[in-house]
Design a protein around this ligand. Structure first.
Ligand code: ADP
Length: 303
């Protein structure tokens, strides 16, 4: 990737999560809207007004993501690349959104802005009603740790750590007590089907398994939002399908997902597809459920 200083595109790798200790044993990440108070499109009037709800809200009043006239320019030598040029959309809780479009159209840039890895040149991004566009780096790091899980094409696991230790890492950063970390990491590895591999290091795991560890890590701190940039990009078709099924199950279990992808099958699994071209949204397509049921997911609704 051609770097241009500000907002190195991978600086958030491995930084996933939220520090909520409200847990449902065995469950995937729980939403916990409530600590981040609302912000307008213009100024954050965020104010923490109380403790989070005891039970996760299936549907918060605040959109999970709110993007308004978002722009990101990169200066390359004398030239300016308008990677994202005035994009507006919301993602509500529980949605599963795929962002698609030709290479270079700004998908990753957009995702990095939503994931608070990068900062906009203009416009606003609010995550759970909290304006993240104007945060200091320190605020952004903390916010990301607690609210956003990020999955990358190339996994970015720590090679010297075991699967479990990798999953524990964001919890350690969020100062989750040690005993809780281990239990939660095991739970998550079970969830992604790697209960028996917790002691393996990344080099001892297949690509698909590594990606599943990375997904477990992204969920460690129960983020409001799971973001993924080409999560099947490094995987063969069959392994990719496992990841697609896992995303389907996560979404069925309540996780809000935004995924950037070239993988048509992955895009098909989403309920909504945002099409981009030259830094703009050209189509925002909602679809009825495809009827594909993720393996291992909850039983289909009767009827
Ligand atoms: P996509 O994810 O759709 O392939 P990107 O968001 O990676 O597209 O890139 C959008 C445009 O912005 C491209 O023209 C790309 O070259 C440019 N770009 C992306 N990141 C940087 C960067 N760090 N510095 C300069 N230009 C960049």
């Amino acid at each position: 990737m051609t770097g241009e200083g500000s907002g190195t595109r991978d600086e958030g790798r491995g930084a996933v999560v939220d520090g909520s200790s409200r847990s449902t044993p065995g469950g995937p990440p729980q939403h916990h809207g409530g600590t981040e108070a609302s912000a307008s499109h213009h100024h954050s009037r965020a104010r923490d007004t109380g403790s989070p709800p005891l039970v996760p809200r299936p549907s918060s009043l605040l959109p999970a993501v709110s993007v308004r006239d978002l722009r990101r320019d990169y200066r390359m030598g004398g030239e300016t690349v308008h990677a994202v040029r005035g994009v507006t959309f919301d993602v509500v809780d529980g949605e599963y959104v795929a962002v698609v479009g030709p290479s270079g159209c700004g998908k990753s840039t957009l995702l990095n802005l939503v994931g608070v890895i990068d900062r906009p040149s203009g416009g606003v991004v609010a995550v759970r009603g909290r304006d993240v566009s104007t945060m200091t780096d320190k605020e952004a790091t903390l916010f990301r740790l607690r609210n956003v899980g990020f999955v990358f094409q190339r996994f970015y696991l720590m090679p010297t750590l075991s699967a479990r230790e990798n999953v524990e890492l964001p919890m350690a950063e969020a100062k989750v007590p040690r005993a809780e970390r281990g239990a939660r990491a095991r739970e998550l590895l079970e969830y992604v089907g790697l209960g028996a591999r917790e002691r393996h290091r990344p080099s001892q795991l297949s690509g698909g398994e590594q990606q599943r560890v990375a997904i477990a890590r992204a969920l460690a701190n129960r983020p409001a939002l799971l973001l993924a940039d080409e999560p099947t990009g490094e995987l063969d078709a069959r392994t990719g399908e496992e990841i697609i099924r896992l995303f389907g199950r996560l979404n069925a279990d309540g996780t809000t997902i935004v995924v950037v992808t070239h993988d048509e099958e992955l895009a098909r699994a989403a309920q909504r597809v945002i099409h981009m071209r030259d830094g703009e949204i050209t189509r925002d397509e909602w679809r009825v459920a495809s009827g594909e049921r993720p393996a291992g997911g909850p039983p289909p609704a009767s009827g």
